[in-house]
Design a protein around this ligand. Structure first.
Ligand SMILES: *[C@@H]1O[C@H](CO)[C@@H](O)[C@H](O)[C@H]1NC(C)=O
Ligand SMILES: *[C@@H]1O[C@H](CO)[C@@H](O)[C@H](O)[C@H]1NC(C)=O
Ligand SMILES: *[C@@H]1O[C@H](CO)[C@@H](O)[C@H](O)[C@H]1NC(C)=O
Ligand SMILES: *[C@@H]1O[C@H](CO)[C@@H](O)[C@H](O)[C@H]1NC(C)=O
Ligand SMILES: *[C@@H]1O[C@H](CO)[C@@H](O)[C@H](O)[C@H]1NC(C)=O
Ligand SMILES: *[C@@H]1O[C@H](CO)[C@@H](O)[C@H](O)[C@H]1NC(C)=O
Length: 393
C-alpha cells in the first residue's frame, strides 16, 4: 500500500490491517509499509530507507539501535501511535535524515516555499488523485475544465502550473469524479506554462463561467516534493516524526542522542504551521540530547499535550519556530537547550484557553499573563535557554 504524503486526519481514519515489508536493495533496508508487530532497526541492517509514510500503531514498538541511520523520502512521515524507542549513545547517535540532501537551503531569505490556498480534494492519500481546488475569499472553489481539454498543448501548460502550485513534479488530468461544492472560480484557463500560479494565467475572470460542478478539473499527480515554485528545484525534505499517544497506550516514546535533519515538510493538505521535525499530541516523550538541524518547519511542536514535557540538552535550528507550544494543557520545561537561526520564535507559546496564570521556563523565568500568548524572541535569531532545574510545574 502506498501511504506517501498521508495527512494527519487521513492517518487517523486508517483501519486497514497493517503489514510489515522489509526488502533489500542497494544495501538499504527499505521500509514502506506500516508495522503490524514490534520491529527493531538493527545496526547490522542499516542504513534504513523509508520511502512511504508509515504508522506504528497502538501497542506496537519501533526500536532503533544506537548508531543507526534512517533516511526518508520527500514528504514522508513516521507516525507513531504506539511507541518509538530511539535511545542512542553519546558516541553512537541515531540519525533521521532525508534520503536525498535538499537542494533548497532551509535558511534562505525568500518567503516560505509553500503556500496554502491550493489543494487536491479527494483521496490523495493513496492515489494522489483529487479535485483541483483554490482558496478564494476564505473558502475553496473549483476550476472548470472548459479550455483545459485532454489533448491540447494548453492542457499540458495548465497542468504544469497546477503541479507547481501543489508541490508535485507532474500532474495529468483524469476523469472528473464530481463532488465539488462552493464557487466555480476559474473558467477557460489559458496558461503559457511559466506562471507561478493559475491566478496569473489568462482566464475569463474570477467566478465568470457557464459551468457545472460536473465539469470540475480533477488531477492525478506524482512526485510530491512540497516545493511550490521553480519547477527545476525540488525540496526533498521529509515530513517528520509524529507522536500521538494517550494514557491507554503503555510506555512513552523515548528519543535520546538523536539527530534529525531536513525534516518539517508539510504534508499535502495540512497547514504549514503544523509541520515539525517532532510533533507531539498526548503523553510527552522523553526528549534528551537532540540535535535538530536544517528543518523547514518547527523543531518540536507540542500540539496538545497531557502532562509535563521536558526537553533537555538539545540544539535546534529550524526555519519556523524552534519549539512551538500550542496546547490546551500540559507544560514545558527546557534545560540546557539552545535554539538558533530560527525565522520565527525561539519558543512560540500560544495557549488557546484562558487557564490560570502559566509559567514558561525561560531565562529569565517568565510568567505569562492569563489569556495572552507569549511569543519569545520573535525578532531575535538567537535564543539561548539556560540551565534550570525547578521549572517543570
Ligand atoms: C519503496 O522502495 C521499494 C524498493 O525499492 C519499492 O519496491 C517500493 O515500491 C517503494 N515504495 C514506494 C511507495 O515508492
Ligand atoms: C529550468 O531548467 C531548464 C533546463 O535546464 C532551463 O532552460 C530553465 O531556464 C530553468 N528554469 C528556471 C526557472 O530556472
Ligand atoms: C487513545 O489512543 C487509542 C489508540 O490510538 C485510541 O484508540 C483511543 O481512542 C484513544 N483514546 C482517547 C480517549 O483519545
Ligand atoms: C548538530 O548537527 C549539525 C549538523 O549535522 C552539526 O553541524 C552540529 O555540530 C551538531 N551540533 C551538536 C551540538 O551536536
Ligand atoms: C493563538 O492561537 C489561536 C487559535 O489557534 C489563533 O487564532 C491566534 O491567532 C494565535 N495567536 C497568535 C498570536 O499567533
Ligand atoms: C532534565 O534535566 C533536568 C535538569 O538537569 C533534570 O532534573 C531532569 O531529570 C532531566 N529530565 C530528563 C527527562 O532527562
Amino acid at each position: 500500500m502506498d501511504l506517501a504524503g498521508v495527512g494527519v486526519q487521513s492517518l487517523l481514519s486508517f483501519t486497514l490491517i497493517f503489514t510489515i515489508c522489509l526488502s533489500f536493495s542497494n544495501a538499504d533496508t527499505v521500509i514502506d509499509t506500516s508495522l503490524s508487530a514490534d520491529l527493531t532497526l538493527r545496526r547490522s541492517d542499516q542504513p534504513f530507507y523509508v520511502n512511504s509514510s508509515i504508522i506504528v500503531p497502538p501497542g506496537i514498538t519501533l526500536t532503533v539501535e544506537p548508531g543507526v541511520t534512517v533516511t526518508f523520502d520527500p514528504g514522508v512521515t513516521l507516525s507513531v501511535r504506539g511507541r518509538l524507542v530511539a535511545r542512542g549513545q553519546s558516541g553512537q547517535r541515531i540519525r533521521f535524515t532525508a534520503a536525498d540532501t535538499p537542494n533548497i537551503p532551509a535558511h534562505r531569505d525568500s518567503t516560505p516555499i509553500w503556500f496554502d490556498g491550493v489543494r487536491l480534494a479527494g483521496d490523495f492519500t493513496s492515489s494522489h488523485v483529487g479535485r483541483l481546488e483554490l482558496l478564494f475569499g476564505g473558502s475553496y472553489g473549483t476550476v472548470c475544465q472548459d479550455g483545459w481539454p485532454w489533448y491540447w498543448y494548453r492542457s499540458y501548460y495548465n497542468t504544469r502550473v497546477a503541479a507547481r502550485m501543489l508541490g508535485y513534479k507532474t500532474c495529468t488530468r483524469v476523469n472528473n469524479r464530481g463532488g465539488g461544492t462552493g464557487n466555480i472560480l476559474l473558467n477557460n484557463v489559458r496558461c503559457n506554462g511559466h506562471e507561478d500560479s493559475l491566478w496569473d494565467c489568462r482566464h475569463d475572470g474570477v467566478r465568470v463561467h457557464n459551468c457545472l460542478h460536473s465539469q470540475d478539473v480533477w488531477l492525478q499527480c506524482s512526485g510530491y516534493t512540497g516545493y511550490r515554485g521553480n519547477p527545476n528545484e525540488t525540496a526533498k525534505y521529509w515530513s517528520g516524526i509524529e507522536l500521538v499517544t494517550n494514557t491507554s497506550v503503555p510506555g512513552v516514546s523515548d528519543l535520546q542522542y538523536v539527530d534529525i535533519e531536513f525534516a518539517g515538510l508539510p504534508n499535502i493538505g495540512t497547514h504549514s504551521n503544523d509541520a515539525a521535525a517532532i510533533s507531539v499530541t498526548g503523553i510527552p516523550p522523553v526528549l534528551d540530547n537532540l540535535n535538530i538541524t536544517n528543518v523547514i518547519g518547527n523543531g518540536v511542536l507540542l500540539r496538545d499535550i497531557a502532562g509535563h514535557a521536558i526537553i533537555n540538552n538539545s540544539y535546534f535550528d529550524s526555519l519556523s519556530n524552534g519549539v512551538s507550544f500550542r496546547s490546551f494543557g500540559g507544560d514545558l520545561a527546557m534545560n540546557n537547550v539552545q535554539i538558533s537561526n530560527v525565522n520565527k520564535a525561539g519558543v512560540y507559546y500560544n495557549r488557546t484557553l484562558p487557564l490560570p496564570s502559566y509559567k514558561m521556563c525561560l531565562t529569565p523565568e517568565t510568567t505569562v499573563p492569563d489569556g495572552e500568548p507569549l511569543i519569545v524572541s520573535f525578532d531575535s535569531t538567537d535564543l539561548h535557554l539556560g540551565l534550570q532545574t525547578s521549572c517543570s510545574q
